[in-house]
Ligand binder design. Structure first.
Ligand code: PMP
Length: 375
């Protein structure tokens, strides 16, 4: 199975990677066409100064599209940063933990890592006990917030454990800024930015390639970074230089801009959300009808639309069956379905660029595999 992209042969595969993940083919085509000569300037984006007019139009254009897609209020700053999602695990407390304390919800390995990092800089108060096994979240009515907290931190979508939280909360005190790591759900659904203090997400899942992190921050929250905060992570400094304090990852910002345009062209966030619900329902439906042959450990209220982890052959998985599942899926050109090493089994990541048709291929294969292997 092959396709031709700008005259180049491309092996056709279906990529369910958790990230770096599939990028829309339309975007790759534009990036390829413009690779050696960006819009007739005779330069590649990789070769041009980040202070040039051309690059400014790229980065400011990307910011404009972010603002449009998420309806970002004027008092929020949009930053393009480096250091990956994990860099923000440090940057958030370094910039925002003014009182020396912050509230964290641990719902999976990424919020756990963020809480661990934040402990280097102050007191981390957990609003609820960490579940022994990730897959559910303690009821919001039981969350306890500390009196002198600087912010409430959580992960909107746990990429490894497939736990996705709602975008609104009823128990978080009104004065407490909400900070969310939305690396793996960024631009997959609408949410009210004004309800948040800050959101951030790495690009490599829904909005491009690894190397750039998007941050959206309420402007009154920053400007109080600890003195040891590295300048390259200082939100105030970055904002003062419109994300051009030092050399940004220019090509990655460019690709993000292309993906954002693609999202806009294909119906914006309502369309992405609707599609992600359709795609994830296709997979969850096969799981739920399999009499326990496929097992997804996540409380149905928190099932992720983006990452669907599952075992094959029962709750703990059957090693032999799981190996065969991957081999047979591979023969049908489906790749990167292996679950995270910490949880095992499978994981289907269904980011924006993965189509309904591609997801249907996986759902059909799962049904067929079940029919042939159930006992
Ligand atoms: N947060 C989430 C939700 C993630 O999925 C990841 C990476 N998969 C990270 C943070 C860390 O991102 P990075 O590897 O870019 O540091």
């Amino acid at each position: 199975m092959e396709s031709v992209v700008n005259g180049c042969i491309k092996k056709k595969i279906i990529n369910f990677s958790p990230g770096p993940a599939k990028i829309p083919e339309e975007v790759l085509e534009i990036a390829q066409k413009e690779l050696v000569d960006f819009q007739g300037h005779g330069l590649s984006v990789m070769e041009m100064s980040h202070r040039s007019k051309e690059f400014e139009s790229i980065i400011f254009g990307a910011e404009k599209t972010v603002r449009e897609l998420l309806d970002v209020p004027a008092n929020y700053k949009v930053l393009f940063m480096q250091g990956g999602g994990a860099g923000q695990f440090s940057a958030v407390p370094l910039n925002l933990m003014r009182t020396g304390t912050a509230d964290y919800l641990v719902s999976g390995s990424w919020s756990q890592a963020a809480a661990k990092e934040a402990k280097k800089y102050g007191t981390v108060h957990l609003v609820a006990p960490t579940p022994e096994k990730f897959g559910s979240v303690p009821d919001e009515s039981e969350w306890k917030f500390s009196d002198n907290s600087s912010y409430f931190y959580h992960c909107g979508n746990e990429t490894v454990h497939g736990v996705e939280l709602p975008t609104t909360f009823t128990s978080v005190p009104g004065h407490l800024p909400i900070v969310a790591d939305i690396s793996s759900s960024l631009m997959s659904r609408k949410f009210d930015v004004s309800k948040y203090g800050m959101v951030f997400g790495g690009a490599q899942k829904n909005v491009g390639c690894a190397g750039v992190v998007l941050g959206i921050i309420r402007e009154d929250l920053f400007g109080h970074a600890r003195k040891e905060c590295p300048s390259v992570l200082d939100y105030k400094l970055l904002d003062a230089h419109t994300s051009l304090y030092n050399t940004p990852p220019c090509f990655n910002v460019y690709v993000m801009g292309l993906v954002l345009n693609w999202i806009k062209k294909h119906g914006g966030l309502d369309a992405m959300d609707e599609m992600s619900q359709r795609k994830s329902s296709l997979i969850y439906s096969v799981i739920d009808k399999s009499n326990g042959f496929y097992y997804n450990p996540v409380d149905k209220r928190y099932r992720s639309r983006m990452n669907v982890p599952f075992r094959v052959g029962g709750v703990n998985g059957d090693e032999e069956l799981e190996k065969r599942f991957l081999q047979e899926a591979g023969k049908l050109h489906m790749v990167q379905l292996k679950g995270h090493r910490s949880v095992g089994g499978m994981r289907a990541s269904l980011y924006n660029a993965v189509t309904v048709e591609e997801t249907q291929v996986l759902a059909d294969f799962m049904q067929d595999f079940y029919d042939r292997n159930r006992v």
